[in-house]
Design a protein around this ligand. Structure first.
Ligand code: PMP
Length: 445
């Protein structure tokens, strides 16, 4: 055992037992990076080093780690009601939270279905969309349209509408889905905030509908700002155009706001930031500040009413769908505390006040070697790193690891380095993390 391994105290057998998700297991287990605690904007690793959390967990912990407002609500709840079935029974916090969530939603989105994660939210939204058309007597509307570079979680529905090939190729046939092109075009390189050009890319949706026919299409699903593929803000006018085309052809529009809902865009949702209202919205992550797994799908009332309209015996369920952990009381307590905290500490306003500094600094990395694009919106941003020959992910991986050595956690994904700062970040911490990224890139050569 080298010094680092002995610091974390884990045996090789323990390390080997855990098949880690989205991780190069073989590399990790030779040189583990173990996080033992977190507070505010920092982790502490097994060596006692403080690490700045440059991705707010996985875009989850915008309010900072271990907020007493949330941890106390969670511990109180777990003692009072640790679990409650949410099939045929309810507990007060589930209803309180559903109503609270609607305070964060744009006009008309006011019916909330609880899930346990972002992936489950996506599956739920896709199922609601298909079932909705069936209830309306249009059972042939089953196909989905996603987008290249889209990320919608790891279950088969989300994988099928998703557009990141590295996540799909191992798994073979999914559900019936086709894809629009992404919006990253040459003219938009180094755009600051929303790119100006590219609204016309939405017209590709018209072409797909012409080929596949609207009578076969249930819904279009996009992240309003694509996160996992490397922070791709929508071109101005693009989402509005998608909305118009969906309306024209009677196709539902789903926004996957697992990253963008609850503050990260400097607004309550991406829908609010970009001024376009979807029919269904998927959320998770920031909903509980990452503390307890939970997701939620928020539907337009007309969709909910369509399910409720049908008569039937009193025991009949309008939608045979739900999870053992839907509306888990501990998750509900965490989410209520989180949403109250966002409001009381004015954290969304804070995102707005500090994001111009973040924007200025991240774009100051333009001109660094290997940096072939920079994108940002709100408190999230990414750099595209020119690939080493045949190794698209090697340099981003090396940059992220150098940042970790310097005491900064940032994410590498595909050919990008991604940042998603806590809403509680101080201006000098923005300077520090951007300097660390810049220095790490310089050290590559
Ligand atoms: N949709 C989007 C837009 C996401 O960013 C993610 C997670 N990164 C998911 C879905 C899946 O969420 P989870 O990992 O909680 O299943």
């Amino acid at each position: 055992m080298n010094e680092k391994q002995s610091a974390h105290g884990l045996s090789q057998a323990q390390l080997d037992s855990f098949w880690m998700p989205y991780t190069g297991n073989r590399q990790f287990k030779q040189d583990p990076r173990i996080i033992v605690s977190a507070e505010g904007n920092y982790y502490t690793d097994a060596d006692g080093r403080k690490i700045f959390d440059g991705l707010s967990g996985l875009w989850t912990c915008g309010a900072g780690h271990s907020r007493p407002e949330i941890t106390e609500a969670v511990s109180k709840q777990i003692k009072q009601l640790d679990y409650s079935p949410s099939f045929q029974f309810g507990h007060p916090k589930a209803f309180e939270l559903a109503h609270k969530i609607t305070e964060f939603m744009p006009e008309g989105l006011n019916r909330v279905f609880f899930t346990g994660s972002g992936s489950e939210s996506v599956e739920t939204a896709l199922k609601i969309a298909r079932a909705y058309w069936r209830k309306k007597g249009m059972a042939s509307k089953t196909r989905f349209i996603g987008r290249a570079k889209g990320y919608h979680g790891v279950n088969f529905g989300g994988l099928s509408v998703g557009g990141i090939s590295a996540n799909r190729t191992l798994y073979g046939q999914g559900i019936d889905a086709i894809h629009m092109p992404h919006t990253m075009i040459e003219e938009n390189l180094f755009s600051v905030g929303m790119p100006q050009k590219g609204a016309y890319i939405a017209d590709e949706l018209e072409s797909l509908i012409a080929i596949h026919d609207a009578s076969n299409i249930a819904a279009v699903i996009v992240e309003p700002l694509a996160g996992s593929a490397g922070v791709i803000p929508p071109p101005q006018g693009y989402l509005k155009r998608l909305r118009e085309i969906c309306d024209k052809h009677n196709i539902l529009l789903i926004f996957d706001e697992v990253i963008t809902a609850f503050g990260r865009m400097g607004s309550k949702t991406g829908a609010e930031a970009f001024g376009v209202i979807p029919d269904l919205m998927t959320t998770a992550k920031q909903l509980t500040n990452g503390t307890v797994p939970m997701g939620a799908v928020i539907a337009k009332q007309e969709i909910y009413d369509t399910f409720m309209a049908e008569g039937g015996p009193e025991y009949m369920m309008e939608i045979p769908h739900g999870y053992t952990y839907s509306a888990h009381p501990v998750a509900c307590a965490a989410a209520l505390a989180t949403l109250n905290l966002l409001q009381e500490d004015k954290l969304i306003e804070r995102v707005n006040s500090i994001s111009p500094h973040f924007q200025k600094l991240i774009h100051s990395l333009k001109g660094s070697q290997y940096v072939s694009d920079i994108r940002d919106y709100g408190l999230t941003g990414a750099l595209t790193i020119a690939p080493a020959p045949g190794e698209p992910a090697l340099r981003p991986y090396q940059i992220a690891m150098k940042c970790w050595e310097k005491g900064f956690y940032v994410r590498y994904g595909g050919d990008t380095i991604q940042l998603g700062l806590p809403f509680t970040t101080e201006l000098n911490e923005i300077d520090n993390v951007i300097n660390a990224v810049g220095d790490s890139i310089n050290e590559l050569s």
